[in-house]
Design a protein around this ligand. Structure first.
Ligand SMILES: Cc1cc2nc3c(=O)[nH]c(=O)nc-3n(C[C@H](O)[C@H](O)[C@H](O)COP(=O)(O)OP(=O)(O)OC[C@H]3O[C@@H](n4cnc5c(N)ncnc54)[C@H](O)[C@@H]3O)c2cc1C
Length: 544
């Protein structure tokens, strides 16, 4: 069964090797295991529902707890400590578009707020009910999960929007196709959620981001039904309305159906690892790989600190010891930076892409160590988030943040983010371990993804305060250098105060006006993305 207060299936765990535990104690100090609230304790806090009965609406305590929070660090803190300010008053699980429409009408008539819920994997507070507002109905879209039509000639597939990653891929594989969209949250996140948050999968380099894959669909909004036709490959008929739905974060309406571009299953798929003597050489090599157009499906370049941390967390001491000796002989040692690259496609194309990639990385001092590391990464890529459960249980908090910027700006941005985080808790005598990789590459830049760990405090309020300080410092560093506040996680609550830095006053005003047009009563997921008059200040939502 899915964990109610952590990541993933409760029969799956990810151990932290003994050597890694010792390193964590050395880096940030020994930690103390927290005492978590029990499910019963949390259910006992849920207030009676304010929603009148409806055959599609469940008001049981368990479902209301399970839909109260997502996967951000403040969400974890709330769930684990049992300090949750607001629960939905009811949860519905529609099975077709008509039921979605009926639920929208019910919420409208009852003056309720409605939160569309995909897989609940948001890491920025997207699906959290607001404390003290109107009654809240959360609509879990997960039962709209069928492949509705498949156009073999055009390779277009239309799904119910609540289909989760594994189910979507299984249904496409029956047609020898793939969507190629693999966010790390793949196990639970849904197609509608990907569209609503402008998600990016790990192989976006080969298959595209969700906005490249999203052809059309159907949105039930308080203002009516918005149809986005999927019948033409391109159009010059004015602004593209799909762009309004992409990243709408449940504020516009409920996406019930999505048509996507599928790709034939690749004849060959391999993942390789290359180690560079330092991060700068790797960065130059990846820039050239992008700008010369080598057809890869995935790239991920870790800084020296991330490479060292990954190798320690991986365990396999014998294998890694042998690798390190081999790399030292080739002049790659202390500062080494690991690049993983993936190739997916026709046999012939895969062979030539591999040759070109190895030529460019070799010219920059990269040592190719074969496919073992790359294929291990591929095998375990959806397993890594389980580590967060184990680390938490040891007493460590883990969070990630991400941005995208130009090639020119990448070094300065990494330094600014890590310098905001690493000394960020010095005032209270705490240390932070932060490390970064580049992923999602473009000709003109790439995304930057930083992971940071710090110790949980004995009380949740202090831990939350630690996180707030770190998040604020890093977010200010990002927007201060002109980076986007999010390359892939979206805006939700946590990034909303920084949106105006990117969109401007007119831009956020325009978004607010468009949302208001579809939702004049402001019932759709209020408090996320933009407020009714534009920007949302942090305190408008209440404590996260
Ligand atoms: C461990 C982990 C790894 C992650 N890795 C990635 C990654 O690699 N790439 C990435 O892009 N993101 C990643 N994320 C973030 C998250 O998975 C994405 O934002 C994802 O797209 C959310 O999908 P969901 O179905 O879970 O949506 P939810 O979390 O349920 O909802 C997110 C937002 O979308 C809206 N929404 C959902 N479904 C609909 C619908 N049918 N109609 C209208 N609005 C809807 C909700 O109202 C909400 O505002 C990760 C998260 C975790 C916890």
């Amino acid at each position: 069964m899915r964990r109610w207060n952590g990541w993933g299936d409760d029969t799956v765990t990810h151990e932290v090797p003994e050597a890694a535990r010792a390193k964590l104690a050395e880096w940030i100090g020994p930690a103390t295991a927290p005492v978590d609230a029990t499910l019963d304790e949390v259910m006992n806090q849920v207030q009676p529902s304010r929603l009148p009965d409806h055959p599609l609406v469940v008001t049981g305590l368990l479902e209301r707890v399970r839909h109260a929070r997502g996967q951000s660090l403040p969400d974890w803190l709330a769930l684990r400590s049992g300090q949750i300010e607001a629960f939905p008053d009811g949860v519905a699980f529609p099975t077709d578009d008509e039921q979605v429409s009926a639920l929208l009408e019910y919420a409208q008539k009852r003056g309720a707020e409605l939160i569309p819920y995909g897989g609940g994997t948001s890491v920025v507070g997207h699906i959290n009910p607001r404390p003290g507002g109107r009654p809240v109905l959360t609509v879990n879209m997960g039962r709209l999960n069928r492949l509705r039509t498949f156009d073999h000639k055009s390779l277009q597939a239309t799904f119910g929007a609540g289909v989760a990653g594994p189910d979507l891929e299984a249904q496409l594989r029956a047609h020898d196709c793939t969507l190629g969209h693999f966010p790390q949250s793949f196990e639970y996140s849904t197609l509608g959620g990907w569209v609503a948050t402008r998600s990016s999968g790990q192989q976006s380099l080969g298959y595209g981001r969700i906005e490249d894959l999203f052809v059309g669909g159907r949105v039930e909004s308080p203002g009516g039904l918005l149809r986005l036709p999927a019948t033409f490959p391109a159009s010059a008929a004015g602004p593209d309305l799909r762009q309004l739905v992409l990243g709408s974060e449940g504020r516009l309406g409920l996406i019930t159906e999505v048509t996507v571009r599928a790709s034939p299953l690749p004849e060959r798929e391999d993942f390789h690892a290359v180690f560079f003597p330092d991060f700068e050489s790797g960065r130059e090599a990846t820039r050239l790989l992008m700008q010369t157009g080598v057809p890869l499906s995935m790239l991920r370049l870790s800084t020296g600190r991330e490479t060292a941390t990954t190798l320690i967390l991986a365990g396999h001491e014998l294998l890694i010891g042998t690798l390190e000796r081999l790399l030292t002989l080739r002049g790659v040692s202390e500062q080494k930076a690991m690049l993983l690259f993936g190739i997916s496609g026709r046999e012939q194309l895969a062979r030539s892409a591999r040759k070109e990639a190895l030529a460019i990385t070799g010219e920059h001092g990269g040592v190719h160590v074969g496919r073992t590391f790359g294929n291990e990464w591929h095998k375990g890529r959806f397993h890594t988030p389980y580590l967060r459960n184990t680390l938490w249980e040891l007493g460590y908090a883990v969070d990630t943040l991400e941005t995208a910027t130009s090639w020119e700006q990448v070094p300065e941005m990494i330094t600014a983010i890590e310098e905001a985080l690493i000394p960020g808790l010095e005032a209270e005598g705490e240390r932070v371990h932060a490390f970064t990789h580049l992923s999602h590459f473009y000709k003109n830049g790439c995304s930057i993804y930083t992971t940071y760990l710090f110790r949980l405090a004995p009380d949740p309020a202090t831990t939350l305060h630690r996180w707030q300080r770190l998040k604020e410092a890093a977010s200010k560093a990002i927007v201060g250098l002109g980076g986007t506040i999010s390359h892939q996680h979206g805006v939700g609550v946590d990034h909303a105060p920084y949106l105006q830095a990117e969109k401007g006053v007119l831009g956020t005003g325009l978004l607010a006006a468009a949302l208001d047009y579809f939702d004049p009563e402001g019932m759709m997921n209020p408090g996320k993305l933009v407020g009714r008059s534009g920007i949302i200040a942090q305190d408008e939502f209440g404590p996260t």
